[in-house]
Write a protein that binds this ligand. Structure first.
Ligand SMILES: [Zn+2]
Length: 396
């Protein structure tokens, strides 16, 4: 369904909440669920591109890449590898030896996925084509700083693993899976067939749980992450009309975040050389509740934590102190986002997020993540605080 609000370009302040929510509605309601690499994700990019063009931003670079369409491959393929390793232990000591290597490799590959690094096994899974859309708004004067704003266009599934009762346990569950893979390797190395079999059964149950978590439909993703795309569109219009004096701003609408941060990795592969020392600011689920920045991220295992760099924290804290009405604080959270890729590859960055009930992002990977659960005022606060961060940096 397409209505007259599509690609309407506001003449008033583009950061007003009622304007921002029109972008969110165009993506989450009109386009709907946007799995990585599927046609609807591409339609979301068409909306973004047309809106930018209507704002007078003609130079929008599309950077295509291939991806899987769900994170189950990243978690499931190491389990399959490890189970294969347990089966070949029947082939005597060469099988056991190879099986222990496969089990150890599986534990390492699971850790990589839980920590926001690329999953090399994904290349053997079915591939789709996704893309990043990149806009650059150069500074009006002599450039001193670079900022990269990130918002992903794709959406995840409705997941049982993200129910209120379960989501807090995710890092422990994934750590348990890594433990089973490592234990399988050890059991084969010492040659204990009973232990090997018991571990095989537990790994099969884990693989079953990973697959069962895939039964939910893809969600509209109004909060995750049309909210952030809407804020970046408003910021693009604002900055294009009034560029910063000393700060080059890159605005990147990434594809395929939910399938394993594939879009941001592809972006860093191609443009990373130009962006050492830049401030990456990731907007995630900024459409409901109190605005915060993430002071420490758990990642998806107990060995996967990461943190923003001190300079990014100083920028966000300075902005928060100068703009106390936003009441922005740092939070430690169970979270894995594009800043994991950014930080682990040596770049600077921090995430802005809004927190709803229980200090969790509202409706995270649940079918209630729909346009009716977005607050225009939360969008506006998020966009205006992001702009305040840019202006704080620009004044340095
Ligand atoms: Zn997200």
């Amino acid at each position: 369904m397409v209505d007259v609000r599509d690609n309407a370009v506001p003449t008033a302040d583009p950061l007003i909440g009622t304007t921002l929510i029109d972008h969110v509605s165009a993506l989450a309601y009109n386009v709907g669920p946007r799995p990585a690499g599927h046609e609807t994700e591409n339609r979301a990019r068409s909306y973004i591109r047309k809106t930018l063009t209507a704002m007078g931003i003609e130079e929008v670079k599309a950077q295509p890449f291939t991806t899987t369409d769900t994170w189950a491959y990243a978690l499931g393929s190491p389990l399959a590898l490890s189970l294969g390793g347990l089966l070949i232990s029947r082939l005597g000591w060469p099988g056991r030896f190879l099986g222990s290597i496969l089990g150890g490799a599986a534990a390492y590959l699971t850790w990589r996925a839980a920590s926001g690094l690329r999953q090399p096994l994904d290349q053997f899974a079915p591939q789709q084509t996704s893309a990043n859309l990149i806009v650059r708004i150069p500074s009006a004067g002599r450039p001193k700083h670079k900022v990269v704003l990130l918002a992903h266009t794709d959406t995840n599934r409705h997941r049982d693993s993200f129910s209120d009762a379960r989501k807090g346990m995710l890092p422990k569950i994934v750590t348990g899976i890594m433990g089973l893979q490592a234990a399988g390797a050890l059991a084969q190395f010492i040659g204990n067939p009973w232990l090997t079999r018991a571990i095989g059964v537990a790994q099969m149950a884990s693989l079953g749980a990973v697959l069962a978590d895939e039964r939910g439909p893809y969600v509209d993703g109004a909060n995750d992450n049309a909210s952030a795309v809407g804020c970046l569109l408003g910021l693009a219009q604002t900055l294009n009309a009034n560029p910063l004096q000393h700060t080059d701003v890159w605005i990147v609408f990434t594809g395929a975040e939910e399938s394993g941060l594939v879009g941001v990795h592809s972006f860093l592969d191609e443009y990373g050389d130009q962006l050492m020392g830049a401030y990456f600011i990731d907007l995630e689920m900024v459409g409901y509740g109190q605005l915060a920045y993430i002071a420490e991220y758990s990642g998806f295992s107990t060995l996967s934590s990461y943190a923003p760099d001190p300079e990014s924290v100083a920028l966000v804290e300075r902005t928060a102190i100068a703009n106390p009405s936003f009441r922005v604080n740092g939070k430690k959270m169970m979270f894995l986002d594009e800043i994991a890729a950014v930080r682990r590859r040596g770049y600077n960055g921090v995430t802005l997020v809004t927190l709803g009930p229980g200090e969790w992002p509202a409706n995270w990977h649940r079918d209630t993540d729909a346009i009716g659960n977005i607050q225009p005022e939360a969008l506006e606060r998020s966009a205006r605080f992001t702009l305040a961060m840019l202006k704080t940096l620009d004044a340095d």
